[in-house]
Design a protein around this ligand. Structure first.
Ligand code: CA
Length: 229
């Protein structure tokens, strides 16, 4: 189980996120201000910290700087400001990732998992399976019903991003961010093109999908063929 320290002064957001993250199977401690959070981070050593920047006692960025002086616990910052210069500054002072308000618990959970993987703190099974599809994240081998499928790097990463959230509709925005590291800009067309290559290699098409289902105007969902409705 992942121990999450949630630092957020807005009680409605804090309550909703705590509940949602617990539903995702995490152990959540929540605090409403910066200095107690700093003590808790050092004493409890959570696996990951979600840090709101607008806190009543200390600016979240200052909390992050102070934390980085003593700890390398992964930190995801939550901000209302969709401002590239600000994001770069936060990443420079030691944030591992960020979410822009308003964000969903599903998005946050995906970011938490991504940060834990990047920092080598995950116990994820190295082989993901969805129906007859198998993805080995160590050897980069993909098979469908036992048949090997050769994928280019971005096709593999796209498939993996979808498989890690199998059953969920993942937005193209999230895919551009997770697979292409394009937090801003980037075109849905990039996703569409790679999706079409991926479909061909998996032996399906948009018109006759098996695993990869486009949900118009929302995103893409990967499901095992037998449960696709
Ligand atoms: Ca706040």
């Amino acid at each position: 189980m992942v121990q999450v320290l949630l630092v957020e002064d807005d009680v409605a957001i804090r309550t909703a996120l705590t509940r949602a993250l617990r539903e995702h199977g995490h152990v959540v401690t929540s605090l409403a201000s910066g200095m107690p959070a700093l003590s808790a981070a050092v004493e409890q050593k959570p696996d990951v910290i979600l840090l709101d920047l607008g806190l009543p006692d200390v600016d979240g960025a200052d909390v992050l700087s102070m934390l980085r002086a003593v700890s390398d616990i992964p930190v995801i910052v939550a901000t209302a400001r969709d401002d590239e210069a600000e994001m770069v500054r936060l990443l420079d002072i030691g944030a591992d990732d960020y979410v822009i308000k308003p964000f969903t618990a599903g998005q946050l959970n995906a970011r938490i998992k991504a940060v834990l993987r990047r920092t080598g703190r995950t116990d994820e099974d190295p082989v993901l399976t969805v129906g007859g599809l198998s993805i080995d994240t160590r050897s980069y081998e993909v098979t469908v019903d036992g048949r090997p499928v050769e994928l280019a790097r971005k096709e593999f990463e796209l498939l993996l991003a979808l498989a890690r959230r199998a059953g969920e509709v993942v937005s193209k925005r999230d895919l551009l961010s997770e697979v292409w590291q394009l937090a801003w800009g980037g075109s849905d067309r990039t996703v569409d093109v790679h999706l079409s290559w991926l479909r061909r290699k998996l032996g399906e098409s948009a018109a006759e999908p098996r695993y990869l289902h486009s949900v118009r105007g929302v995103g893409v969902r990967l499901v095992a063929p037998e449960v696709a409705g």
